[in-house]
Design a protein around this ligand. Sequence first.
Ligand code: NDP
Length: 264
Amino acid sequence: MPRLGVLGWPVAHSRSPAMHEAALAAAGLSGWSYQKLPVPPELLAETVRALPGARFFGANVTIPHKEAALGLASEATGPAREIGASNMLTFTDGAIRADNTDAPGLIAALPIEPAGRTALVLGAGGSARAVVWALTHAGAAEVRVWNRTPERAAKLAGELGARAVTAAAPADILVNCTAAGLDTTGPQLKHLPLHADHLSGYACVVDLVYRPGGTELVAHARRRDLLVVDGLDVLVHQGALSFERWTGLPAPLEVMQAAARAAP
Ligand code: NDP
């Protein structure tokens, strides 16, 4: 019976198990299962190599392992290789295959077409790489990247055809790809180059982070009537694509949405 899971550190907050378990049940795949795989960085390599032997067919990959996961793969899709990060591993025939559904998942979740638009991406980790790649490939006019550690923003921008910036300026699309706000009690905006009063300078605000009750960024954006995509919207779309690529079946999107929103 195939097993699936999500590798992360921390991963206790992840709603992927609830969402995928609901999808597997709705698709009649009663023998499949999906679980959290809390793995610290120093144990990632040996854990990933051991998963196929423990009947794992695949794993999603989240913070902070996406770039390392690509390095562990024996094969990678073109997008995963170009992005330099993987959020989806598949174990078949002794191979570890890396894919990336964060990029198409973001585009599917966006309420506006990125073509011809400007974007500001906050962060320079694995998910920021996928978002910058996705927006650039969807025809964005300019993608700017800010990161707490500016050298990482400069490196990412150089590799993926974006522009590193050290301050936020208005753009059509704002995407938070930092882990700021992941802590369920801590503040978020004070870690980012954003002031709530300036959020109206963005037409569409996307926050990859999700936490119970929503994030500070999403709350401020909703209060200003901006187009908002929250972390659960993005989670569902990348998860649906992972589900389809693993099972070969259409993803039950509404079931996944309901399960992700209902999960504690
Ligand atoms: P990585 O560990 O690869 O990158 C983390 C990023 O967050 C880095 O840019 C880091 O900056 C920045 N960061 C961490 N802490 C802070 C802070 N206190 N203030 C400002 N910046 C900070 O993680 P991922 O890219 O994989 O994930 C980033 C976030 O996106 C996570 O919260 C994750 O849960 C979420 N995510 C959600 C998805 C969804 O489907 N909704 C999909 C993918 C990710 P620095 O370089 O300076 O360390």
